[in-house]
Write a protein that binds this ligand. Structure first.
Ligand code: PEP
Length: 251
């Protein structure tokens, strides 16, 4: 059943910071101090940090409004996968969230759509919430292939079935907007989110939260969040400054 936007209460918004490969113990300490000052609000909040700093995030965000997680996870449960980190290990560290299929993983590590779906399933098996990232490159957008690319990326995820899909989060991140300062207009993003919503709906998961990511900042967050199918944001660069990230959360 498709529920018309506006006829139901909005889903709880979600804002997740992606620190990428940034930070140090000292820099993180001051960033976490800034986040700890946030009194909490009407949205869910989390940061996804580099593996070595998971313990620091767990300690620094204890008893705050923030959850935390990792930026990738192995599709395998355990064994001879040198350098990989399993979902069970992330859960053991107290993570609630994990990004899967970020475009930088797809680009630099040749992750396939099927591997991304496998990672999402591995995360779910360990009780984590995977944030499945999808999005088209500039060339794909220019060729008018945005919806086709996103549908192709999502297909193996949707094949996990309604029970699985209902427990995850999707992040639409046009690659041309990531770290470039070029944000999709609210209407451009809404159009893709509506298409993603329809495909989620077709497997009985129309209420899954769909985040927008790509140069979100304190200045553009409110207009993006005003769109009916944008349920929050995945924030890269702007999550490295507590004041900027908290301004996005407040939006
Ligand atoms: C990201 O890394 O997921 C991202 C959206 O980055 P930025 O906000 O810097 O564009």
């Amino acid at each position: 059943m498709h529920i018309m936007p506006g006829l139901v209460a909005r889903k709880q918004r979600l804002v997740i910071g992606n620190w990428k490969m940034n930070g140090s113990l000292a820099q993180n300490a001051s960033l976490l101090d800034g986040l700890r000052a946030y009194p909490g609000g009407a949205c869910d909040l989390a940061v996804c940090v580099p593996y070595p700093y998971l313990a620091q995030a767990a300690y620094g965000l204890h008893n705050t409004a923030f959850g935390f997680g990792a930026q990738d996870v192995s599709q395998h449960d355990q064994g001879a996968y040198t350098g990989d980190v399993s979902a069970a290990m992330l859960a053991d560290m107290g993570c609630q969230w994990v990004l899967v299929g970020h475009s930088e993983r797809r680009q630099h590590h040749a992750e396939t759509d099927q591997q991304v779906a496998n990672k999402a399933q591995a995360a779910l098996n360990a009780g984590l919430t995977p944030v499945v990232c999808v999005g088209e490159t500039l060339a794909e957008q220019s060729a008018g292939h945005t919806l086709g690319v996103v549908a192709r990326q999502l297909a193996p995820v949707l094949a996990l079935g309604a029970d699985a899909v209902n427990q995850l989060v999707v992040a639409y991140e046009p690659v041309w907007a990531i770290g470039t300062g070029k944000t999709a207009t609210p209407q451009q993003a809404q159009d893709v989110h509506a298409a993603i919503r329809a495909s989620l709906d077709s497997v009985g998961a129309g209420q899954v939260r769909i985040l927008y990511g790509g140069s979100v900042n304190a200045g553009n967050a409110a207009s993006l969040f005003a769109m009916p199918d944008i349920d929050g944001a995945l924030v890269g660069g702007a999550s490295l400054q507590a004041s900027e990230f908290l301004a996005i959360a407040a939006a």
